[in-house]
Design a protein around this ligand. Sequence first.
Ligand code: THU
Length: 163
Amino acid sequence: MKQQVTKSISYEFHDDFADLSVEQVNLINAAEEASSLAYAPYSDFYVGCAVLLNDGTVVTASNKENASFPAGICAERNALNFVSDHHSGKLILKLAVVAKPNRFQMDEPAAPCGICRQVICETEKLQDSNIEIIMASVSGKVLIVNDSESILPFHFYLSQLKK
Ligand code: THU
């Protein structure tokens, strides 16, 4: 028997920073600043990520590419991996991502790639709490979702691997 199921997601769209909290604006600015440290000679697509921890620490990272393309890593995973190694036990409350391509002006908010969504999802499971995801553009447009579920509705997790 077929069942038609509809899943809906909820997100905030802002066309400027006016209604954002100071924490959110600071995080977007930190992510934008981090994008200038990207090593992206192949794509020219500079990405910065900033995460806010529950003790107020902000960790930033950028994307790092490689001549062997698959060896490159996104800004988001660089940030999450750093937190895992250097701030273990702390909770990640918010994650902001900003893309600043070199060759054109990007008007729409940057969205984490599928692999990064998967890693954000696993981080939420491990810390047992959601991570607010703030996707921003330098032109001021911002999308905010409450958790990875909102941008990765059917995730793959450990419980599906082990029975
Ligand atoms: N990139 C990120 O850093 N984060 C994303 O979520 C999307 C893509 C990087 C990877 C690569 O260095 C460049 O952007 C182009 O894909």
